[in-house]
Write a protein that binds this ligand. Structure first.
Ligand code: PAD
Ligand code: ZN
Ligand code: ZN
Length: 376
């Protein structure tokens, strides 16, 4: 492309500091260095994890930063040594990279990669610098991705090539919400046919857990949220019952125990609330129930519980990105979507031009949207 090797000027949503709206700015995006890829972002999803940063819940975040970790686009140019990607390829950036060489990457039971920036939030690429500048200032990257910009640069271990026919304004959800939720059911919990599941939190990620439970053959899927407006969608995706904790004067795990002959087989916390994480554990059957933490709690949060809860046979576990090995599995998830193994189009409740990104966050905070997809 004509722009290869040059600095590109484009629009991006810059987060100068938490607790203020994102600001649409003109930025400069430097050319990709060795083993990096510059991507023209076409569509990006608004996820609660970006909002955690905006709300100031992540204490070690570096500012200014370009957020966004759910997106899809086209390769604009590649740096030296990039073998598997070419300009024009359709791609999804990966907030959990896959280097293929570290202790986690070579372990078939892990989907982590030592080269990730989750939790560390150094906000730089692998050579400790960033490709973004605005008004003469360097702007940090977010989780190896930064999708709230017309152009981004990511390490080649943090981008997957996908089917050339894939609709980017839909499959961008495979970059986070869908894969995280669906994988939490099919990979992490390994939901069995005929089982009973409880899903706490019915946002884009929780509804994707429901899709996974259904594909895995669960016979009962109990959806739980304090916002009853979410129940219609939950049923659409496969929930068999919906309950609102506010409708009961007993703890929710007691309500679930009563409904399920003493507890569910699988319980998922998909909110990021430590109290609900304990509720999920208490809701799982004492003999062999599994509780899966999917939600991301604030930086300094901790949980305490009676160890006897695990001693009797319960399992408490969790995972990032639904346990998928990102670079290997994202292309397969896109193919499965194209082959209609599952459908998640209904998760996209709103579409907005990129410039209206702050409206997208408002809709999420008010509980009015599931996913807003921004198009550049
Ligand atoms: P969302 O805000 O769209 O959905 C959360 C839902 O939880 C909403 O419907 C709320 O009404 C509901 N809720 C809030 N409090 C309660 C409560 N006390 N009891 C019951 N329901 C409640 O978020 P999302 O679906 O985008 O993300 C959900 C979480 O998953 C969030 O913490 C996010 O940071 C995390 C996440 N984790 C990963 C991962 O890799 N593990 C990836 C992406 C997102
Ligand atoms: Zn996300
Ligand atoms: Zn690795």
């Amino acid at each position: 492309m004509a722009t290869a090797g040059q600095v590109i000027k484009c629009k991006a949503a810059v987060c100068w500091a938490p607790k203020q709206p994102l600001s649409i700015e003109e930025i400069e995006v430097a050319a990709p260095k060795a083993h990096e890829v510059r991507i023209k972002i076409v569509a990006a999803g608004v996820c609660r994890s970006d909002d955690h940063v905006l709300q100031g819940a992540i204490s070690n975040m570096k500012f200014p930063v370009i957020l966004g970790h759910e997106g899809a686009g086209l390769v604009e140019s590649v740096g030296e040594g990039v073998k598997d990607l070419q300009p024009g390829d359709k791609v999804i950036p990966l907030f959990m990279p896959q280097c293929g060489q570290c202790r986690c990457c070579i372990n078939p039971d892990s989907n982590l990669c030592y080269k990730n920036d989750i939790g560390k939030y150094n906000g730089v690429l692998l050579d400790n610098t960033t490709r973004f500048t605005c008004k003469g200032k360097p702007i940090h990257n977010f989780m190896s991705t930064s999708t709230f910009t017309e152009y981004t640069v990511v390490p080649d271990i943090a981008v997957a090539k996908i089917d050339e026919d894939a609709p980017l304004d839909k499959v961008c959800l495979i970059g986070c919400a869908f894969s995280t939720g669906y994988g939490s059911a099919v990979n992490v919990a390994k939901v069995k046919p005929g089982s009973t599941c409880a899903v706490f939190g019915l946002g884009g990620v929780g509804l994707s857990v429901i899709i996974g439970c259904k594909v895995a053959g669960a016979s009962r899927i109990i959806a739980i949220d304090i916002n009853s407006d979410k129940f219609e969608k939950a049923k659409e995706f496969g929930a068999t019952e919906c309950i609102n904790p506010k409708d009961y004067d007993r703890p929710i795990h007691e309500v679930l125990a009563g409904m399920t002959d003493d507890g569910v087989d699988y319980a998922f916390e998909v909110i990021g609330n430590t109290g609900v994480m304990i509720s999920a554990l208490l809701s799982s059957h004492f003999g062999a129930g599994k509780a899966v933490i999917v939600g991301v709690a604030p930086s300094d949060a901790t949980i305490t519980f009676d160890p006897l809860l695990l001693l009797t046979g319960r399992v408490l576990t969790g995972a990032l990105f639904g346990g998928w090995k990102s670079k290997d599995d994202v292309p397969k998830l896109v193919s499965d979507y194209m082959n209609k193994k599952f459908d998640f189009d209904g998760l996209i409740t709103h579409k907005l031009p990129f410039q209206k990104i702050n409206e997208g966050f408002e809709l999420l905070r008010k509980g009015e949207s599931i996913r807003t997809v921004l198009t550049m």
